[in-house]
Design a protein around this ligand. Structure first.
Ligand code: TYD
Ligand code: MG
Length: 452
């Protein structure tokens, strides 16, 4: 392939140009041209060639190699993937720089002692990788390292070595010398992903691609490769906390609502197998403005403390600040409290915080947040042995939540005595000697139980 043969294609209208242009002469859009490698000639079918001899096959006749998976032994990682790595799959691991992507992948590689893992690094020198690996565990001879960024060399090595797993650190450093654009550009990243995906499928080797997230939060710029891979995982966390959360964003072989929780130590990432205990370990016993909710992350219930601080506002415009909870949802809850219960916070600043640097996205936390707000406003602490869960509707009604039984079980397991849940959920459950279940229909009723 010569350099002249690569082409630039407008990503909006498909217009092809031999060189890069700022503005598309066809659709007049700006910055839409991306370099693409030409299709190798042997793949171009002539009429009457192989295409006419190919037949579709009944799905039933295809060998079901259903999900040949292997577990890595890092339980939190395996769970997010839906039970281990599927052979031949391509997994994209995204996250902010410095969050711990290389560390996580190195630990996966070190865990897989009986599998040949090829770790390709384009960012660190072999010495740096070795230094880190020594801190994280002991490597066997199955751990192979390659410091390379040239895509052609990399594909060559993979095809010769045929490892059990390939880790690319990172996809943004790879380049195909046949393309003119720089490593990390959309054209290069897409070309590298495409090439590696073909090898993964052809040789049935799973490949994990590490990708940095841009300022806008998208992996490799405009999400160009998310649709090309089988699974997209996001590694996230607050800079000031040791917790790291691994989230599935897309998964062709499992559910996407599982999360894995890790804690960063000086010897690497440690799995957090019982998150509730961690998130409750620094509870503010006996002070007002705190409530415990049972949030569901994937299939796992996690008990979390939600905190609110309601103070008289010193400025004309009262502030509403929220960390770890949607601000618009908070404003909605304040409006419902005002209209349906007559609790007005119009002259108060309201701060809401989810303890431990975690983010709650599900409506089942509504009741806990509202309870914490009322508790702070009235300066009455919520009973420390009580959990509150339920979605609050605009009419002040407490709506049904999913998997209430799991949440109740987790609360009972951790020694809580009472749990306030939506009435519709409570009807299907019975109190036990460990935990009393209270069903509530409206926010007024819930507040009577919780903060009076
Ligand atoms: P790294 O895996 O290099 O991040 P990424 O590949 O996502 O850019 O992790 C970098 C951070 O992790 C760095 O700030 C130091 C910290 N760290 C530890 O705290 N303990 C450890 O054992 C390791 C290896 C890293
Ligand atoms: Mg790294």
């Amino acid at each position: 392939m010569s350099k002249q043969s690569s082409k630039y294609v407008c990503q909006l209208c498909g217009y092809v140009s031999p060189r890069w242009t700022g503005k598309c002469p066809n659709c007049s859009e700006w910055n839409t041209f991306v370099e693409e490698a030409p299709i190798p000639l042997k793949l171009v079918r002539k009429s009457g060639g192989i295409a006419s001899k190919l037949n579709a096959v009944p799905l039933n006749e295809i060998d079901s190699v259903s999900d040949v998976r292997f577990v890595t032994g890092l339980a939190e990682f395996d769970r997010v993937l839906g039970g281990g790595i599927v052979t031949g799959s391509v997994i994209l691991l995204g996250g902010d720089p410095g969050i711990g992507k290389s560390t996580l992948m190195m630990q996966v590689a070190l865990h897989l002692k009986d599998k040949v893992v090829l770790y390709i690094t384009g960012e660190e020198s072999p010495k740096q990788v070795k230094l880190r690996a020594e801190r994280l565990g002991t490597a066997t001879n199955n751990f192979q390292l390659l410091a390379e960024t040239n895509l052609e060399t990399i594909t060559d090595v993979i095809e010769r070595a045929l490892p059990d797993l390939v880790i690319i650190d990172s996809i943004q450093t790879l380049f195909n010398p046949n393309l003119e654009s720089a490593p990390g550009s959309v054209g290069q990243v897409r070309e590298s992903t495409g090439m590696l995906t073909r090898i993964a499928k052809a040789k049935n080797i799973p490949i994990i691609l590490i990708g940095h997230v841009t300022k806008e939060g998208a992996i490799a710029g405009p999400r160009v490769i998310e649709h090309m891979v089988d699974a997209v995982l996001q590694f996230e966390g607050e800079k000031h906390y040791a917790y790291r959360i691994l989230r599935g964003i897309k998964n062709r072989f499992g559910s996407t609502n599982e999360i894995g929780i890790f804690e960063m130590h000086d010897t690497g990432l440690r799995e957090v197998l019982n998150p509730s205990e961690i998130f409750l370990s620094e509870r503010s016993y006996g002070s007002s403005g705190a409530a415990i909710v049972a949030s569901l992350e994937g299939t796992r219930p996690i008990l979390i403390e939600v905190q609110a601080l309601v103070t008289t506002s010193n400025y004309g415009m009262p502030q509403r600040t929220s960390t770890g909870f949607d601000l618009r949802r908070l404003q909605m809850l304040l409006a419902v409290l005002d209209k349906r219960v007559g609790i007005n916070t119009g002259t108060h600043d309201v701060f809401v915080n989810i303890a431990g640097g975690i983010r709650i996205d599900e409506p089942a936390a509504d009741l806990g947040i509202a309870t914490a707000i009322v508790s702070s406003l009235r300066d009455i602490p919520v009973d420390s042995q009580t959990v509150a869960i339920g979605e609050i509707g605009l009419g002040g009604e407490i709506r049904t939540i999913a998997h209430c039984d799991k949440r109740v079980q987790e609360a009972a397991k951790l020694g809580f005595k009472t749990i306030v849940v939506p009435k519709t959920n409570a009807k299907k459950m019975k109190s036990t000697k460990e935990i009393t279940i209270i069903g509530v229909e409206s926010i007024q009723e819930a507040i009577k139980h919780l903060v009076e």
